[in-house]
Design a protein. Structure first.
Length: 256
């Protein structure tokens, strides 16, 4: 949180800027069996549960306050955030080579990514007796990415046999809120106020049961395969420009 306060601004110029920038990144990776390079023989007869979860949150608040401006005042409040959550889960990652994979046991793979951000910028002036230019800007970029793979054969000429349960779930959620507010109590001279908000909110989710990749592969599935992918992105932008009493020349704009 960033807070700047000025009581009385006199003279030819008074400048005040409050700025907050927040970056939050969370990454989670889970792999049950990694083959790497070479020709691998992988057998799974028992149960395997692989789970990756990533959660990223940011909160940015900027408040600029000027009591009385008797000269020329320039002020601004800017809140900016970049929030990223990435989760990747794989039961079997065979990698390169001519691999043999036999899965008769139960395999459950889950990935969950959640990114949330809130940015608030507020600019307040009590009395403006001169010429005042001010603005509140709130910017939020929020992204969540979830990927889940049951069997990744990788490159090469691979043989995959799956006879047990294969369940793959991938969920991603992104939520962002941006608020920009400018408030002028009394304007006796000239005032220009601008409130601007912008939010970019992205949720991506990918789920794959069996991936053959490059090469001449033989894939046989006789067991139950359940694949589910879900993503949700929600955003809200609010811009407010308020003038209590205007006795001079005023101009205001709000954009969300």
């Amino acid at each position: 949180m960033q807070l700047q306060i000025q009581g009385v601004v006199k003279g030819t110029a008074g400048a005040q800027f409050a700025f907050s920038s927040t970056d939050s990144e969370a990454t989670a990776t889970a792999v049950g069996i990694a083959g790497g390079g070479g020709d691998d023989a992988i057998r799974v007869s028992g149960g395997m549960d692989v789970y990756a979860e990533s959660d990223s949150n940011t909160l940015g608040i900027v408040v600029g306050i000027q009591g009385v401006v008797e000269g020329i005042g320039i002020e601004g409040a800017v809140s900016s955030s970049n929030t990223t959550a990435t989760a990747t889960a794989a039961a079997i990652d065979a990698g390169e080579g001519d691999d043999s994979i036999d899965c008769s046991g139960s395999i459950v793979v889950e990935s969950d990514a959640d990114a949330d951000s809130v940015d608030v910028a507020v600019e307040i002036r009590g009395v403006s007796e001169g010429i005042v230019v001010g603005g509140a800007v709130s910017l939020a970029d929020t992204r969540s990415t979830a990927e889940a793979i049951g069997i990744d054969a990788g490159s090469g000429n691979d043989t995959v046999s799956q006879s047990g349960l294969l369940q793959v779930d991938s969920d991603s959620t992104s939520t962002s809120a941006s608020v920009g507010v400018t408030i002028d109590g009394v304007v006796e001279g000239g005032a220009l106020g601008v409130a601007l908000t912008h939010g970019s909110t992205v949720a991506e989710s990918t789920a794959t049961g069996v991936a053959g990749r490059d090469g001449d592969d033989t894939i046989t599935t006789s067991g139950e395969v359940v694949v589910d992918s879900w993503s949700d992105a929600d955003s809200a932008q609010v811009s407010v420009d308020i003038i209590g009493v205007a006795e001079g020349i005023t101009a205001g704009a709000s954009l969300a």
